[in-house]
Unconditional design. Structure first.
Length: 93
């Protein structure tokens, strides 16, 4: 059985280190090792800018689950415009 998962930085920061075994053909890659391959080092040091939409949020903010709503036509038009803007700026895809 194969398990797919995504580990976020808040979760990873809870631990001193995390080991994930993929059973690949190459030897273990330790991203904390100073002798690590240049490409892996770039991966370990990658920095992603926070989209402008989220600049005012801090680590205490969590997603909210809410039931599906029915919207009036003018509300649907506004929502469609917001989605188009988020797609345009690469915040969602």
């Amino acid at each position: 059985m194969q398990n797919n998962f995504i580990i976020g930085q808040p979760f990873c920061k809870l631990f001193d280190s995390i080991n994930i075994f993929y059973h690949g053909s190459k030897p273990t890659l330790n991203l904390a090792d100073t002798n690590v391959d240049h490409h892996a080092l770039c991966l370990a040091q990658a920095r992603v800018k926070t989209p402008k939409l989220f600049l005012g949020l801090d680590d205490s903010v969590r997603p909210i689950k809410s039931p599906t709503r029915h919207y009036k036509p003018e509300e649907r038009k506004f929502i469609a415009g917001e989605i188009k803007d988020l797609l345009k700026h690469g915040v969602i895809r």
